[in-house]
Ligand binder design. Structure first.
Ligand SMILES: [Fe+2]
Length: 272
């Protein structure tokens, strides 16, 4: 059987941009993007234990998030086109804290002082959130095992796959979904007392300002989806990234969100 005849009809017949946008819809609808932990935190269902949830999420997610520049570099290394590499190199500069004039305007319009963000690498913005949650180096420098497994597996997959696979994983399976994931996180954090806006700016930045990253990756994905193999790899990379994130949520929920103390509060809230 030839490779072409082995492909599902959907992969052969869909026009190229439509194919990428159909994948995006699948990524947005994936359980990893709408995990019940997120929904419950956003709705305030964890009640008085919301602070514990946020603190645990900060500790668990930090180790993965801190490696974001590594993921981006791994994708850049997999790309053949100098033009594609240049697009992602500018994303890397933004990860280091570079703000365009337009970004400053968006932040100001949201009531966030751009000077609290400008020039601050994104991993450091996440660390600022962790510090506000009361976490110190002793908490952050030894990530939980599921975090170590997630980031190692993700980086290894990016390094081992084709360019299309890596773009599917970091573009469609990651950058395309983070603003949807961070929405309920922001809602949940807004309920916490004493958390300053600049302490949670990492999330708002990625909800409202960092969209250019996905747009660049979408442009590259469209180019790479010109071949059947490219389409196949884009979809596989996206699914693998989302499945790894879902695995993380499962571990997080087992260890933290359904810990007896949090469950107790949920049952009290339901019984009330
Ligand atoms: Fe970022």
């Amino acid at each position: 059987m030839s490779l072409d005849s082995a492909l599902p009809t959907r992969l052969m017949d869909t026009s190229v941009p439509r194919f990428v946008d159909d994948l995006l819809e699948k990524a947005i609808a994936h359980e990893a993007t709408h995990h019940r932990c997120l929904r419950r935190f956003g709705e305030g269902s964890y009640g008085a234990r919301s602070l514990d949830f946020a603190r645990s999420y900060a500790r668990w997610y930090h180790g993965y998030s801190a490696w974001f520049p590594h993921y981006l570099r791994a994708v850049i290394e997999r790309l053949d086109s100098a033009e594609h590499r240049a697009l992602l190199a500018s994303n890397l500069a933004e990860e280091q804290g570079h703000l365009e004039e337009h970004d400053r305007e968006v932040l100001s319009a949201m009531g966030i002082d751009p000077s609290t963000v400008d020039g601050v690498p994104h991993p450091q913005l996440f660390r600022r959130f962790c510090t506000a949650m009361g976490l110190g180096p002793e908490d952050l420098d030894a990530p939980p095992l599921p975090t170590i497994e997630w980031r190692s597996a993700f980086r290894a997959a990016l390094r081992a796959g084709s360019g299309a696979y890596a773009v599917g994983a970091l573009g469609l399976g990651t950058e395309a979904v983070v603003s949807t994931i961070y929405g309920p996180i922001v809602k949940g954090l807004e309920r916490l007392p004493d958390l300053r806006r600049e302490d949670m700016v990492f999330f708002e930045l990625h909800c409202h300002v960092d969209d250019q990253h996905y747009d660049d990756l979408r442009t590259i994905a469209i180019d790479l989806s010109a071949t059947e193999q490219g389409r196949r790899d884009l979809e596989r990379g996206m699914n693998d990234a989302l499945d790894l994130r879902l695995q993380f949520w499962g571990e997080f929920e087992r260890a933290v969100a359904t810990a007896p103390a949090i469950l107790e509060i949920q049952q009290e809230a339901q019984g009330a």
